[in-house]
Design a protein around this ligand. Structure first.
Ligand SMILES: Nc1ncnc2c1ncn2[C@@H]1O[C@H](COP(=O)(O)OP(=O)(O)O)[C@@H](O)[C@H]1O
Ligand SMILES: [Mg+2]
Length: 268
């Protein structure tokens, strides 16, 4: 269990997170949704100890992350940042580095097998020896996601991991994230902007607005009202055969539909 109690984050006298309380379980895929600037990335960074906590507590099992050193918690956590830095590494380098916290500089056969399987699962065969700076944003995202999962963390933190991927790759990566979370008992927390995918793949949804948690709910319990309140816009949500369909800001009175209708008439 990852337990976050009364967490506050403050940087340069500015409050970025206020009174965050969460209890997160292994095997659960938790998805954070919320407007730009709500504090989603800040929450992941606070858990990963990349930024300092102002008040409150984060603990995992009996370990108090608040007082533990970064080194001592790093073996529990894998973190994929929203914006990855440039580097001179190849795909293979990035994957190998992610196994070093277990095996040091000389990777074992087991590590190499894991890397091989990951290359297959994530479909990275075509750019193994390419410098990652020369890859597309989507290709790079797949590599960093693969690298985070290869670390076999207890807590997997992913900040908008699929924002540069095409729709098919997005779904493949979400399927993989979900599968690995269940197989490896990860506590996974990921920020996503695609609400339909968020509802479909998440076990739990964390709604973050203006530094605070608005709702923390099973994805099946999310209502139109909650989403409207989160984004200050109207929302239509319905489920069909286990798939959520979600439209923001649409109403039957606006003329998007009429426009396309008119166009059709013109063409004929
Ligand atoms: N180091 C920082 N110093 C000052 N303000 C920051 C810092 N990091 C983030 N912020 C601000 O905190 C708010 C939340 O940021 P962030 O967590 O990145 O939002 P998002 O929900 O979009 O991921 C934003 O208004 C951002 O400008
Ligand atoms: Mg962010």
């Amino acid at each position: 269990m990852l337990k976050i109690t009364n967490l506050h984050v403050k940087i340069n006298k500015k409050i970025l997170l206020e009174n965050i309380n969460l209890e997160l379980k292994p095997k659960d895929l938790n998805v954070i949704i919320g407007p730009n600037g709500a504090g989603k990335s800040t929450l992941l960074k606070a858990i990963a100890k990349i930024i300092q906590i102002y008040k409150g507590e984060i603990s995992f099992k009996e370990i108090d992350f608040t007082t533990a050193s970064i080194n001592s918690i790093s073996k529990y956590i894998a973190y994929m940042a929203q914006f990855n830095q440039n580097s001179n590494l190849t795909t293979v380098d990035v994957l190998q580095i992610s196994r070093r916290k277990y095996s040091g500089f000389s990777l074992k056969e087991y590590d190499h097998d894991m890397i091989k399987n990951t290359i297959k699962e994530f479909n990275l065969q075509n750019f193994l020896n390419r410098n990652i700076d020369t890859l597309s944003g989507g290709e790079r995202q797949k590599i960093f996601l693969a690298a985070a999962i290869l670390q076999e963390p207890k807590i997997l933190l992913l900040d908008e991991p699929i924002s540069h991927l095409d729709p098919k790759n997005q779904i493949e990566m979400l399927e993989l994230i979900r599968k690995k979370t269940k197989e490896n008992n990860f506590i996974t927390i990921t920020v996503l902007h695609d609400l339909q995918n968020a509802l479909h793949y998440a076990d739990k949804i964390v709604m973050l607005k203006n530094k605070e948690i608005l709702y923390f709910e099973n994805s099946l319990n999310i209502t139109e009202k909650m989403i409207s309140k989160l984004f200050d816009t109207t929302c239509k949500l319905f489920w069909q055969e286990g798939h959520p369909f979600l439209f923001l800001g649409h109403s039957h009175n606006n003329n998007i539909h009429n426009h396309s209708h008119k166009k059709e008439n013109h063409d004929t």
